[in-house]
Design a protein around this ligand. Sequence first.
Ligand SMILES: NC(=O)c1ccc[n+]([C@@H]2O[C@H](COP(=O)([O-])OP(=O)(O)OC[C@H]3O[C@@H](n4cnc5c(N)ncnc54)[C@H](OP(=O)(O)O)[C@@H]3O)[C@@H](O)[C@H]2O)c1
Length: 306
Amino acid sequence: MITSEIIKTRILIIGSNGMLGQRLVQYFSQQENIELLCASVEEKSFIPAVEYKSINIAVKQEVKELVLGFFPDFVINTAAYTNVDKAESEKELAWKINVIGVENIALYCWTIDAHLIHISSDYIFDGKTGPYSENDKPNPIGYYGRSKLAAENSLRSSGVRYTIIRTNVLYGPSKYGRPDFVKWVVTSLQNKQEIRIVTDQINNPTYIDDLVLGINNIIKYKKEGIYNLAGKELINRYDFTIRIAKYFNLDEKLIKPILTKELNQPAPRPLNSGLINLKAETELDYKPLAIVNTFKLINDELSISS
Ligand SMILES: NC(=O)c1ccc[n+]([C@@H]2O[C@H](COP(=O)([O-])OP(=O)(O)OC[C@H]3O[C@@H](n4cnc5c(N)ncnc54)[C@H](OP(=O)(O)O)[C@@H]3O)[C@@H](O)[C@H]2O)c1
């Protein structure tokens, strides 16, 4: 007797313990037609009951064993050195992870013809003329942005089937690891701490679950190339913070407006930034939510309102 067997799509998520990675794991682990393997630096997965391997993407042999041992159809790379300020003084480490690591992943994806979906950033731009489309010319002003652009360039010349996703300021209901911006603001204001927030950084903060659905559609439609996947509304960081305080009934007076230059941070920031989603809306059916609706979802999931 001939029995029919469902062929599952094999997805490897690298950086699976990170802010974005853990939501991708939660989403894809609930789908029956997907065989999932997760990998990140830590010994164990933050999300329980998933197949997990510890990995340092900067080590070629480890990447080889991970990719060739699973033979994925798609690899989603969310692993990165993400500390923008520390990258100025830890350049070698940032390069090893953000560039060499991505080159290692690309090499073994190319070897088995897996499709590599890689996450990049609006920090590849200088923030003089945002919001940016996929065709605008990058000009990073800090080392983190330079390393993210170098990774994009490596992918373009690697021969691998790739999708580069550019996004900015991720926030959402990730439970493990460092808190996202919304949770940090809510916790600070609940503890009656004064916070200084910049008025001169403009972008479109991205609700992580919108990004997860966008990545799902890249897989569904097998789209290659560069896509911006960011939030629905362009807003400066101070106004975004006020919106958080209002929604969660917290004291707005604790939020003090300042300029970026007053913070004296080691890394410069792109000020007039943000990403235009038009291509993703047209080709990927990408429909990011209004900010107020994302706050409702975060509150429903994490019960953080006071
Ligand atoms: N968060 C944002 O606002 C934002 C904005 C634009 C673009 N992005 C991009 O989006 C992607 C995901 O960001 P995220 O916020 O989810 O980052 P994240 O929370 O910092 O997660 C990155 C993950 O990568 C892991 N990692 C670091 N070095 C590694 C290595 N050598 N080998 C394997 N794994 C390693 C990290 O582990 P440890 O934590 O233990 O180091 C962490 O679990 C990144 O590519 C980032 O550049 C993020």
